[in-house]
Design a protein around this ligand. Structure first.
Ligand code: AMP
Length: 459
């Protein structure tokens, strides 16, 4: 039987998984520095969390959800996005009870959408997102954009395209919706079946249609900017001004409506075309403001704003443009017992070294010296620790520096000092900083502030 991964899913392994962790750590660090807190919510939710109204018009809710009945006959959905889960979590846990707003959450994890797989599009992919709930103004909307912008800067993306738009408040959107219905009604027979459906459910969604024929008709559709009431226009202008103050360059794209129905006021999206392969995998992230989501899931009337990044797309673009940092993923020691009977010593040694913050691996089965040596090289080990009968009898280990190709026999009583001085990886700036009498900088490897153990005379 040949088992394959499910269509649209992928394994994240080896160096790629280290890079995923790196990307998430950059995102987490920035979100944490803006005082967002980690929320971990279940991957499965009640389906009605996402299908809140039977009129939900987004493709994601209508066509892309993984929904099934569990053994208790409950309708369960694998989350297709993170925002609704965060909203539910805030409401269930009454996090609004002490009136201290905004509630700032960040999250990370897999999401599921039954989409047609293509470059940068999966059925199970990973999102990192933030949500800021309970404060309703332009500053809060722009703060989330700033967090996402800072993340992309830290990751090294230059020449990003940041598209923004406003969907206005309810009154503005209702006026705009009427104008769209008036414009599209005489054209709708020529448009795709999805757009025919969208006209009935939410004509704004038509603006998102990817069909080239429909795009031609969409070009001349009314623009939201002509239907914004004074308050919505003022708020959008405030957002633009704040972005200018922050020196964040943006383009206004009146066709940007985002894929979900709950947005109002500011919406934004990040695009980046790979310089190397000109790869356009679609947007790498986006977000926006919402007014009614918290009340729709049973909470008080609180506004929110947030964004989500797609980790797969970000990773593939960083890789393509060689923006990922060099990995330093070798190990410190490879432990090579020369006989099976010394396995307990090997485990004991690994225990000691790992407790002392070294990274080790052990050859845990009987292998020839040559094979063990190859394993050490494959693991990019800096040192091999070798011991057989002689060493055990002499209470010593052989420590072989695999880069310098030198080796020492080290007695048990000298072992701790030896590994700390000679084998401890250290940053340039945190060695002991002594200078020898001859004026040379000491390179003994002692940590800063520690007594220097090297044999030369120090100043
Ligand atoms: P959305 O929740 O639709 O606003 O999407 C936010 C981000 O998730 C997008 O900008 C993409 O980077 C990513 N994304 C959305 N759908 C997919 C998908 N099917 N496969 C991979 N990444 C996706």
């Amino acid at each position: 039987m040949d088992y394959q991964n499910v269509k649209g899913t992928h394994d994240i392994i080896l160096d790629d998984s280290i890079y995923y962790d790196y990307i998430i750590s950059v995102m987490t660090n920035v979100a944490t520095s803006f005082n967002y807190h980690k929320f971990v919510t279940p991957i499965i939710e009640s389906s009605d969390l996402f299908i809140r109204g039977k009129n939900d018009s987004s493709d994601m809710v209508r066509k892309q959800m993984y929904t099934f009945n569990d053994l208790g006959n409950r309708s369960i959905t694998l989350r297709p996005e993170g925002t609704a889960s965060i909203a539910r979590c805030i409401v269930n846990n009454k996090l609004y009870a002490n009136n201290d707003f905004p509630i700032k959450a960040y999250y990370y994890g897999p999401v599921f959408r039954y989409e047609r797989p293509k470059a940068g599009t999966y059925r199970q992919f990973h999102q990192f997102g933030v949500e800021s709930i309970g404060t309703n103004n332009a500053q809060t909307d722009v703060e989330t954009l700033l967090v996402s912008y800072q993340i992309l800067q830290y990751l090294g993306f230059e020449k990003l395209v940041i598209k923004i738009n406003t969907l206005g408040d309810e009154e503005s959107r209702n006026n705009y919706r009427d104008a769209l219905i008036k414009y599209f009604t005489p054209l709708i027979d020529k448009m795709c079946p999805d757009c025919q459906q969208r006209l009935k459910l939410n004509p704004l969604r038509i603006l998102d249609c990817k069909s080239p024929e429909d795009q031609e008709l969409i070009k001349n559709a009314p623009k939201i900017s002509d239907y914004l009431n004074e308050a919505s226009l003022k708020r959008f202008n405030e957002c633009k001004k704040l972005l200018e103050t922050l020196n964040i360059q943006y383009e206004v794209d009146e066709g940007l409506v985002r894929g979900l129905d709950y947005y109002s006021h500011l919406v934004y999206e990040f695009q980046y075309i790979s310089k190397k392969s000109q790869l356009n995998v679609g947007s790498i992230g986006g977000g926006g403001h919402y007014d009614n989501l918290i009340s729709e899931v049973g909470g008080p009337s609180l506004a929110g704003v947030g964004f989500a990044f797609g980790i797969e797309r970000i990773f593939s673009l960083l890789k393509d443009d060689e923006l990922l940092p060099k990995l330093n993923n070798g190990i410190d020691f490879f432990i090579m017992p020369l006989d099976e009977k010394y396995m307990p010593n090997a485990l004991d040694l690994a225990n000691y070294l790992t407790i002392n913050y070294f990274i080790v691996d052990i050859c845990l089965e009987k292998k020839s010296f040559k094979t063990m040596f190859h394993k050490a090289i494959n693991r990019k080990a800096k040192f091999a620790i070798i011991f057989g009968e002689n060493e055990i009898n002499n209470k010593s280990f052989i420590i072989k520096d695999l880069n310098k190709e030198t080796q020492d026999t080290v007695k048990y009583e000298d072992f701790a000092r030896y590994v700390n001085e000679k084998c401890r990886p250290h940053e340039e700036h945190d060695h002991c900083c002594c200078h020898h009498e001859d004026g040379e900088e000491c390179d003994c490897g002692c940590e800063e502030g520690h007594e220097c153990h090297c044999e030369k005379d120090n100043k």
